[in-house]
Design a protein around this ligand. Sequence first.
Ligand SMILES: [Zn+2]
Length: 675
Amino acid sequence: MTRKFYITTPIYYVNAHPHIGHAYTTIACDTVARRQRMLGADTFFLTGTDEHGQKIERAAQAAGKTPQQFTDEVAAEFRTLWKRMGISNDDFIRTTEERHKKRVQELFRRIRANGFIYKGRYTGQYCFSDELYVDGARPGDPCPICSRPTETVEEENYFFKLSAFQDKLLELYANADFVRPETRRNEVISFVRSGLRDLSISRSTFSWGIPVPDDPRHVIYVWLDALANYITAIGFGSSHAGAQEAFKKYWPADVHMIGKEIVRFHCVYWPAFLLAANLPLPRAIVAHGWLLFEESKMSKSRGNIVRAETILDVLGADALRYFLLREVVFGQDGSFSFDALVQRYNSDLANGLGNLASRTLTMINRYFNGEVPYPSHAAARTPADGVIREKAEMVIAECSQFFTDHQFSAALESIWIRLIAAVDKYIVDNEPWSLGEKQDENSRSRLATVLYTSAEALRIATALAHPVIPDATARIWAQMGLGDIKSVDLNKLAWGQLRLGTKLNEIQPVFPRADKSAIERMQQMEDERRSSTIEEAKLPAVQPAVAQAPAAPPAAATPASGPATDNAKITIDDFAKIDLRVGVIKVAERVPKADKLLRLEVDIGTEVRQLVAGIAEAYAPETLIGRKVVIVANLAPRKLRGLESNGMIVAASPEGGKPVLAGFLEDVPIGARLK
Ligand SMILES: [Zn+2]
């Protein structure tokens, strides 16, 4: 019988647009799924979006949309991005789908029927950003995850008897594979040992969620709703025979891959819910670290989130996939920068694999009419040929171990350093181009051996790297005349399978070299996008956290912007932190090659500030001179197109329209403060 393999990403919370943090987790899962398929497993790879909860309700409101419209749009962005990135998910679940809602209610019923749900009164602190009840916190205390102030909620709730599962959970963690890596496992053990209190699992103060069965005034706690996706998507709770069969086949999951900030939900709550419903437990929960941008945390509030699209536009999906898995040691925090990305792309992909493929295949074309030659006699072999073979065999074995352990960077290091670099050196040492000049039989034999050895090493490196860089490797495979790379059986991959006489197809470079301007182009694309969304700063205080976007740290890892009390309102003290001042525009000019940007010099009484503003489409620079405007004077400086912008100009940004500068009907002195 075929072995099954079921892997999941967390479902991403749609209050944030997709960025490379989300991409990172998804790429890692995709790589595992693709490798499992090549190992012959009946693989099911699930991803999706988490769409309920008060935070979404508020974000939709702020954007002037219904929650359904809002979530439809963001969910579509995720789907589109995954397609562009070559993500091979078998299903995409949205928690607003009927199938999910019904099955979550079935899970709730089952847990209730088993006696683990009761009704009670909850008074306590809640973090809306993380959708987390904070046990033991007092009003105003910060959230332990994001350090934003918690809000007091008081309501009649359904409670889950989490306290009943303390011992069972601790037993579970005795299996070292259940939570990985070790640091996360220890964290979870100490949390559970410190004592578990029952968990409120319903809310009645808002409605954007799944109604509690038989008591629709309550909606089900968003984490119970979200976690259940792992079973609802594959058929739990369905009355259809086909769905029931799928559930039986694929559950339990082999791997839930998550970011480290959602460990508690996955390793404590989720297994407890499953135990309460008498369902089997997942085999492993694997947590990775955060992706930092140039060493600092990537977050919406810092404005340094990098979109995957920018990288896809300039370097392609394989470049991003390779970089993230090669550069970041899985489980630890890793850093992203455009410089490092381009450097890696050039050294490993363009000069490494890409160059090995093009030089090897080009020489086979030139010297052997595009047919893979075979060394004709032993005399034409040297120990160096055997060394390449040994290295290839070692790399096959190492990769098997490293990929199984989710050590992606070690696996890629093995392929690139042990094998690809060795073959490069082998080619340089053996000078096939010199051998090709000679017509004697020994030189021809030697040439055939060198090219066969190089091509066979290329074939093995290509097959092993396929789960990580599926597009380029599929093209190299096809150029080698080997057909569809998906049909490779990795269990059987071994030296010597490249057949004599294999006819090459047309050769085309797979990784054209990227020059320095690629870095600039990507930075500019990101700067422009940020400056074109100046209206974001004027939205109500919707918490911009990424509760379930695993790779990105919750935005709130930055200091909270102030005590957000009831319903995202801010206090007068919060407002007082914003230094709004009247200024007069002294200089205004276009920023070269940036259609939306103007460079302004604004006199605010005490000094003249340089600002870069995304208003070029609405105002000609010459019309702005002498105009009084409102600027946010104490905004941290940032760079746009290499220009430092000290502050932000305040403008209304009508939906779909051009920005309109704020101004005054009466005369007002320069430097006056708005309060
Ligand atoms: Zn929080």
